[in-house]
Design a protein around this ligand. Structure first.
Ligand SMILES: Nc1ncnc2c1ncn2[C@@H]1O[C@H](COP(=O)(O)OP(=O)(O)O)[C@@H](O)[C@H]1O
Ligand SMILES: [Mg+2]
Length: 265
């Protein structure tokens, strides 16, 4: 089982889009996938067309329900642990808890025995305790970067931040992939940003091209494979999914945690 967080310091860089469509493509390939929304904006449920759910991560955080009981089947092989606006308030209580950076480890422990092949966490673009918990809980992170210079510096800052978490907490996650998003081959800045990304160190995936179908799909509560299966976005996310699936897992299949080391490549 692989645990991956989709992270980045900037909003609007394609984190949620990547989470939904990578998750959907893995599910279509027959993997059992759980998406966990840790962003107070709760975009994953909307993107998947799920409304009127009663409990969310906010209720799990205040120990009102278990993570298990909050999971909603979204598609074949694709489950969702949704967020809600209430998460904003619930996260404030995290500050007062013991081992507050490892709360997800405790709350999600039961999920490791659910037969999931992948748990994918969508993160907020902030330095909140929710984000720190996500990084500590997962083994791998994927950083989407949109084709702007500011997004590039956001990625660099995030890499430094991961190192800092590793230094302070003695454990962190490995950056498996940087994913260029909203790539427009006609714009020089796209090529410049990708070139600079390649000098950062971690592996850079083939870009996700800019595609209006990708931005329209969430409005219909659909994944790109349901909304426009022949679109550029569908092709690019399928290719990204192949890349992600072909990366060797970092932890043995008995789900034990990796050694507490920082591994930023
Ligand atoms: N490759 C793309 N082409 C066009 N629009 C995109 C693409 N990726 C994401 N978008 C759109 O850009 C906006 C921000 O993306 P989103 O995934 O929500 O970013 P984040 O989660 O990082 O804030 C959304 O409206 C989304 O639909
Ligand atoms: Mg988002």
């Amino acid at each position: 089982m692989r645990k991956i967080a989709i992270v980045g310091f900037k909003g609007g860089i394609g984190k949620t889009t990547t989470c939904v469509n990578l998750g959907a493509a893995l599910a279509l390939r027959g993997h059992k996938v759980l998406l966990i929304d840790t962003d107070t904006q709760a975009n994953l449920a909307v993107s998947l067309g799920i409304k009127d759910y009663k409990t969310s991560l906010a209720d799990v955080l205040i120990r009102k329900v278990s993570a298990q009981d909050t999971i909603i089947p979204a598609r074949k092989n694709l489950d969702l642990l949704p967020s809600s606006l209430k998460l904003f308030k619930a996260q404030q209580r995290m500050v007062l808890e013991m081992a507050r950076e490892e709360i997800f480890d405790e709350l999600f422990a039961g999920l490791n025995h659910n037969g999931y092949d992948y748990q994918i966490l969508d993160c907020a673009p902030s330095l909140s305790l929710l984000t720190i918990n996500s990084i500590v809980y997962v083994d791998e992170v994927i950083i989407p970067v949109s084709m702007e210079m500011l997004a590039l510096s956001g990625a660099q800052q995030f890499m430094d931040y991961l190192k800092e978490i590793g230094r302070v907490l003695g454990r962190s996650a490995e950056i498996r992939l940087i994913v260029p998003t909203m790539y427009d081959p006609r714009r020089r800045v796209s090529k410049q940003v990708v070139k600079l990304l390649k000098s950062l160190g971690p592996r850079v995936a083939k870009p996700i091209r800019v595609d209006t179908q990708l931005s329209e799909a969430p409005g219909y509560g659909k994944t790109i494979y349901e909304h426009a299966p022949r679109s550029r976005g569908a092709v690019d996310y399928a290719r990204l999914t192949e890349t992600v699936a072909s990366l060797p897992p970092l932890v043995p299949s008995n789900n034990s945690k990796p050694q507490p080391t920082v591994r930023v490549r």
